[in-house]
Design a protein around this ligand. Structure first.
Ligand code: SF4
Ligand code: F3S
Length: 104
């Protein structure tokens, strides 16, 4: 599966939603997650994210994010249509410790 990671938080561009063939993104207030049982590993969302927040879970160090994606994909609502990104998405790109500060 692919997972959404830290830099999505408060960037939330939602370009990923537009390209996913199986609509497996789920929406929290400040970020999206991928449902690992629904993702078909096609990889098309990865290069589409302007914040480079989507990664294959085969990359090392992503255990925490696989857990977060799994947990919240089962709680948050499905999202199938892109909306406008937050007004300060550009300023939030690359900010450190987003999970600790802004996760929701
Ligand atoms: Fe959707 Fe493909 Fe991205 Fe998985 S890898 S979330 S199926 S676009
Ligand atoms: Fe987040 Fe990137 Fe999608 S910022 S909402 S994973 S396009």
């Amino acid at each position: 599966t692919y997972v959404v990671t830290d830099n999505c938080i408060r960037c939330k561009y939602m370009d990923c939603v537009e390209v996913c063939p199986v609509d497996c993104f789920y929406e929290g207030e400040n970020m999206l997650v991928i449902h690992p049982d629904e993702c078909i590993d096609c990889g098309v969302c990865e290069p589409e994210c302007p914040a480079e927040a989507i990664k294959p879970d085969t990359e090392s160090g992503l255990d925490k994010w696989l857990e977060i994606n799994t947990k919240y994909a089962n709680v948050w609502p499905n999202i199938t249509e892109k909306r406008d990104a937050p007004a300060d998405a550009k300023e939030m790109d690359g900010v450190a410790d987003k999970f600790e500060k802004y996760f929701s």
